[in-house]
Design a protein around this ligand. Structure first.
Ligand SMILES: O=c1ccn([C@@H]2O[C@H](COP(=O)(O)OP(=O)(O)O[C@H]3O[C@H](CO)[C@@H](O)[C@H](O)[C@H]3O)[C@@H](O)[C@H]2O)c(=O)[nH]1
Length: 389
């Protein structure tokens, strides 16, 4: 992650090539750009094309972040774990530890902050923002961001419901994890799915604690591990030997949605990357939140405290960044899979998952929003406006 600002700056070298490509295309009505590629606004303006910024995150994070920035909420508290009331949304409490560097500093500065500011400014100057979310999930926060007419937020998700199912070759062998899941379903066993996304770095000590926690929780589990070094292999091999058929560790890329869709999967220990949260909601699997970095801590607050589709792992010192001991995992895994709180969040995720499907179906809020956006962009094009951003 330390390379992030340099990497983002390097993408600017693509601008002339991007503009050459734009030049060759006719009838470009709009540009949908990753929000982090700020330079696409300049290209869009040169060509008189509206730019829509896309971030793979939710509106809760955007709205809370806006209040935190406006009111400089992170400059006050003494401790990184002091609860801070969010102005404008007083039922929401955050801590400085919910933010990564440089935003968690009292007076943030440096190239990473410059990059964040540039991203914010170009988004504010864009035609709109495309959001991978649906209105009914977070109406308060979408309305908050849309209190200014521009840039308007267009919620057109969850996009995972628009994905075509993966092509299955009937002659091909099923992946091992799918066979294992089918076997668990046939035995009427529930499975806990464990995955921490594509970016998190987990220490060996923490990996060992997760392994022990899963072993002691006595649930069936499928754990997707990204790290493939020797140290990790030793921990995983040892775990597999100890749990036998009860657990499966996968080291390669899996079709996460196929796992969440599977009838045996009844819980998801997740880092709360926004795609994982949405996929879990869409397939009605309650979450055990274990945020690691980026905006995941705020996503976890949203999941647990706002929309209530999940519980949270227990850290040993109460800090959101604290170490999770085997007991802190085991206790919450049991609660999610068998406890009263688990039942509550399961009920809630079923209700919200239904809402997600309705939003994406013909006539639903995301379907209507996408149509409105297309119609509006066509009107803009037909009116021959020069620079629309
Ligand atoms: O073996 C795997 C691993 C991942 N996935 C998919 O990959 C995506 C992972 O996305 P996400 O859950 O959002 O995790 P990250 O890739 O870690 O997410 C980054 O991007 C997100 C969206 O912007 C942010 O919310 C996170 O904080 C940031 O870490 C999901 O669609 C998964 O289904 C698979 O299909 N198979």
């Amino acid at each position: 992650m330390s390379l992030f600002p340099s990497f983002a700056a390097a993408t600017k070298l693509m601008q002339p090539h991007f503009e050459q490509a734009l030049h060759k295309l006719s009838c470009v009505t709009a540009i949908v750009s990753d929000g982090f590629l700020s330079w696409t606004l300049e290209s869009a303006n040169k060509f008189g094309i509206p730019r829509l910024s896309f971030f793979g995150t939710n509106n809760y994070t955007g709205a809370v972040g806006h209040q935190v920035y406006l009111n400089r909420l992170l400059s006050g508290p003494k401790s990184d774990d002091d609860l801070i009331t969010v102005t404008g949304f007083p039922w929401i409490k955050i801590t400085r530890n919910d933010y990564d560097e440089p935003l968690n500093q009292r007076v943030p500065s440096g190239p990473h902050l410059d990059f964040i500011m540039e991203t914010g400014i170009t988004t504010a100057n864009s035609y709109g923002l495309i959001s991978n979310s649906f209105y009914e999930l977070e109406p308060l926060f979408v309305d908050y961001l849309n209190r200014d007419p521009k840039p308007k937020v267009w919620c057109v998700g969850p996009l995972c419901l628009a994905d075509p199912p993966p092509k299955v070759d009937p002659g091909a062998n099923q992946p091992k994890w799918m066979e294992w899941l089918d076997q668990k379903l046939a035995q009427e066993c529930s499975v806990l799915y464990v995955a921490f996304g594509s970016q998190a770095e987990i220490s060996r000590q923490q990996l060992e604690a997760i392994a022990k926690g899963l072993e002691e929780s006595e649930v069936n589990f499928l754990w997707v591990v990204r790290k493939n070094d020797e140290e990790t292999s030793v921990v995983m091999k040892d775990l597999e030997e100890r749990v036998g058929e009860r657990g499966m560790v996968v080291r390669e890329w899996v079709e996460q949605m196929e796992i969440l869709k599977h009838g045996s999967v009844k819980g998801f220990v997740s880092h709360c990357g926004w795609n994982s949260v949405l996929e879990s909601i869409c397939w009605k699997v309650p979450i055990l939140a274990w945020p690691m970095m980026a905006e995941q801590h705020l996503n976890a607050r949203m999941v647990v405290e706002e929309i209530k589709v999940g519980l949270r792992v227990e850290t040993c010192d109460g800090s959101v960044r604290g170490f999770v001991k085997p007991d802190g995992l085991k206790k919450m895994v049991k609660e999610l899979m068998e406890g009263e709180n688990g039942k509550e969040v399961r009920k809630k995720v079923e209700e919200i998952g239904e809402g997600a499907k309705k939003a994406m179906a013909e006539g639903g809020s995301s379907w209507r929003t996408l149509n409105e956006l297309i119609e509006e962009l066509q009107r803009v094009r037909n009116s021959n406006g020069v620079i629309i951003n």
